[in-house]
Ligand binder design. Structure first.
Ligand SMILES: Nc1ncnc2c1ncn2[C@@H]1O[C@H](COP(=O)(O)OP(=O)(O)OP(=O)(O)O)[C@@H](O)[C@H]1O
Ligand SMILES: [Mg+2]
Length: 327
């Protein structure tokens, strides 16, 4: 009996919120065929905050539209919460909270009125109560009577998120949710998403704004000209990039001297060493912490650490085509 339970827990952990196989979309115009999504195998684990990263025109919205059953694939297949994206798209729309790129709210209606319209259309039970809850969750309760056209961009995006939450979904799909929001607004948005994820929801976000929202991602897929060039947990990708690039260390010392830099540069493993904002940055061709520390201790080192690549380093490494992968 125990073994059966253990198995079912493992199966559940392995289950994907979104899974596609060779999913492809071609747009045919009079002049040409655009392959907006090209043979995409996407795997979004349940419980993750998954970032779909890609520059403008990479194919993010087209991929999302196929997942939501808004656009039909040209070929390939996909499942969202175990439902087939072609045959069971109505079920997907019922179960998934979707925030589109163009929010589609009525300009002359208030935040509350807009949400009520969407709640009625989606046949949300106890719609008035649920609208109230969602306005509170996204911090718009005090602005509920403000007309949509008089709201700031950050407020509009938060209203978009409230709309996606109406059905209390276990999966949220958000297409560019932070576009146009200022840094403080993005901070609030990130905290909100983290809280929604802690409640057990899987969150799938498309974005090209790497620096702003990316720190909350647990997993990413990088999309370039319709293809997913790499995907996985952020930890895995950081390690992969770090192992193929240079090793960067940062040291803080009580004082800096040319003699120290010269001594560091005399090590074969060191490619570059320079001081920047009271820190010494050392770039090496392989791991070299112990050799560096032997020298740094002589000069009174205060702190020493390895700098791992950021998500933007990962993005540009893959998008530039240095590390394209196939599945
Ligand atoms: N209805 C359409 N007809 C023809 N081509 C289209 C259509 N919709 C999108 N495309 C093309 O498909 C490609 C992918 O577009 P898509 O909107 O999916 O990209 P995106 O990654 O969401 O971009 P953005 O970051 O600007 O939102 C682009 O080359 C775009 O011009
Ligand atoms: Mg888009």
């Amino acid at each position: 009996m125990d073994i059966v339970c253990f198995r079912s827990i493992c199966d559940c952990e392995k289950m994907m919120a979104i899974e596609t196989e060779k999913l492809t979309k071609e747009y045919r115009t009079k002049k040409k065929i655009v392959r907006a999504v090209d043979s995409v195998d996407l795997r979004v684990p349940r419980g993750s905050i998954f970032g779909l990263l890609g520059e403008n025109g990479a194919g993010k919205s087209t991929l999302i539209h196929m997942l939501m059953g808004i656009t039909l694939p040209t070929s390939g297949s996909g499942k969202v919460l175990e439902y087939d994206i072609v045959k069971e798209s109505l079920k997907i729309r019922e179960k998934v909270g979707f925030m589109p790129e163009n929010l589609g709210f009525y300009e002359n209606l208030s935040a509350e009125q807009n949400l009520l319209v969407f709640a009625k259309l989606a046949e949300v039970k106890n719609s008035e109560e649920r609208v109230k809850e969602c306005l509170k969750v996204v911090g718009l309760w005090n602005y509920r009577q403000r007309k949509y056209k008089e709201m700031s961009t950050g407020m509009k995006q938060r209203l978009g998120l409230a709309q996606a939450l109406l059905k209390d979904p276990e999966l949220l799909i958000l297409d560019e949710p932070t576009a146009g929001i200022d840094p403080l607004g993005i901070k609030l948005f990130k905290e909100l998403l983290l809280e929604l994820n802690r409640e057990g929801r899987t969150i799938f976000i498309s974005t090209h704004l790497l620096y702003e929202i990316a720190p909350i991602f647990t997993h990413v897929a990088i999309m370039c000209r319709g293809k997913i060039v790499v995907q996985g947990s952020v930890e895995e990708l950081e390690k992969k990039v770090a192992s193929r690039r240079e090793y960067i260390y940062e040291a803080k010392l009580f004082s800096y001297s040319q003699r120290l830099i010269k001594e560091i540069l005399s090590l074969n493993v060191v490619k570059e060493a320079f001081s920047e904002k009271n820190k010494l940055i050392i770039k090496c061709s392989r791991p070299a912490a112990s050799e560096l520390l032997q020298i740094l201790f002589k000069y009174g080192v205060r702190s020493f650490k390895e700098i791992l690549p950021s998500l933007s380093d990962i993005f540009y490494t893959y998008v530039k085509g240095e590390l394209h992968e196939s599945f």
